[in-house]
Design a protein around this ligand. Structure first.
Ligand SMILES: [Zn+2]
Length: 417
């Protein structure tokens, strides 16, 4: 018996809604994507309600669902997933927050939530100053780590006993209003103490930052000072069974953005770094496909994540979204040409709809297409939101995708005798 492997391509937010300036078509319907259409024509397709009908998924919950996890049972916040994807060690008892360097005035009113999208160099120096202060005068609350990731983004990890995820954000999520005080979201002592810790750290970081030479230099150049750290999205690691344990597979992931890397790592997937994979419009999608073909020598399940399809809808750039879909197609073309199609399942989908009209994630289902040995094909020839709705898979949920793929790999167990 041959052993079947699978490659799953997830284009972030690739599904969309009909757009006026595309004459009522979606970007997927306008893009030239002969290879994804070929895959669809050869295989079976359908629609996925990633979380549930009408529920707009986050990229983290969406990927958890597509990897077969019941989100309602396992999801415990975004912060920890992003931390682990940013190569920050995290224990199950740690809390992690997603943070922004931001600009506040003397009354703590937020002027710029991203401190003028501060560059990596300035952000690294400021994060270093915070780390030094934490080392010289360790807070008595436990083990605190602060690390910048990309531009204004950073992670705050708090480790210690008696912490709780039931705390509110200090980030007001908009400019023009005051920094928020973290509040306990339940009556527990742990939530109260965690909120106190977060408020104390916020003030401490502000003292380190406000007159730091980097900020003096920024003021002279008329750049907004990065004088506050705003925290949001607290999370703990989800307690999930890794994929190798659940399905007996040896999985790997190719992704650039920390959040998706974090989900994949938590699911027990090896992360394969790829030169030129950036998570931006410039990303080299063919390099990702090439890395996947290579990785098939050692792994039997590979997820390729491509981010920028989502960015284009948040930015309302339909033409850029079309270009990005065509770059996803280039990756699929490379895969179709270079995998052994007699023993490899190839699937393409999106983690959610990102509506270019709403400029945010939206609750419509996403198309999915699967081809491979022994796949029962249907009559659909093109990949898109309306064509795949007529496909042989019908409407499935996000958590159904892994069992469907694993069935094709011969990795599922029989129900009953
Ligand atoms: Zn997403």
């Amino acid at each position: 018996m041959i052993s079947v492997k699978a490659v799953l391509v997830v284009a972030d937010g690739m599904a969309d809604v009909p757009l006026h300036n595309l004459e009522g078509k979606t970007p997927l319907e306008v893009a030239q994507k002969p290879s994804i259409d070929q895959l669809t024509s050869d295989g079976i397709c359908g629609m996925i309600n990633v979380i549930a009908p009408g529920v707009p998924p986050g990229s983290d919950t969406a990927h958890l669902a597509l990897l077969g996890y019941e989100v309602e049972e396992v999801y415990s916040g975004r912060g920890a997933l992003e931390a682990i994807g940013s190569e920050i060690d995290i224990l199950p008892t740690d809390l992690a927050f997603r943070c922004n360097f931001a600009t506040v005035d003397d009354n703590f009113k937020v002027i710029d939530r991203r401190a003028g999208r501060i560059d990596n160099e300035d952000a690294t120096e400021l994060a270093q100053a915070i780390s030094n202060s934490l080392r010289e005068d360790p807070p008595d609350v436990g083990n605190v780590l602060f690390k910048n990731t990309i531009e204004h983004r950073s992670i705050l990890r708090i480790g210690g006993p008696n912490l709780s995820v039931m705390v509110s954000d200090t980030d007001p999520h908009q400019a023009g209003v005051r920094l928020l005080e973290a509040r306990p979201l339940d009556r527990s002592q742990e939530a109260k103490e965690t909120a106190d810790i977060l408020n104390t750290l916020t003030q401490r970081f502000h003292k380190v930052l406000r007159n730091h030479p980097v900020n003096e230099k920024r003021r002279k150049k008329d750049q907004p000072a990065a004088n506050i750290v705003l925290c949001r999205g607290v999370g703990q690691l989800p307690e999930i069974d890794p994929l190798p344990l659940t399905y007996g597979i040896n999985p790997a992931a190719i992704a650039a953005v920390p959040l998706v890397k974090g989900v994949c790592k938590t699911a027990g997937m090896r992360l394969i770094p790829v030169k030129g994979a950036t998570g931006t419009y410039e990303t080299n999608t063919v390099a990702k496909a090439r890395a996947a073909v290579n990785a098939l020598k050692l792994h039997d399940f590979i997820l390729i994540h491509i981010k920028a399809t989502d960015l284009a809808s948040h930015d309302y750039k339909p033409q850029k979204k079309i270009k990005m879909i065509e770059k996803v197609d280039a990756a699929v073309a490379h895969l179709l040409k270079n995998i052994d199609r007699d023993e490899t399942v190839l699937a393409v989908t999106a983690d959610h709809t990102t509506s270019s009209v709403k400029r945010q994630h939206s609750g419509e289902p996403v198309p999915v297409s699967i081809t491979g040995p022994c796949v029962r094909n249907d009559d659909v020839k093109k990949f898109g939101e309306r064509t795949c709705a007529k496909g042989g898979l019908g409407h499935i949920r996000g958590v159904d995708l892994m069992p469907i793929l694993m069935n094709l790999l011969g990795k599922t167990e029989k129900a009953g005798s």
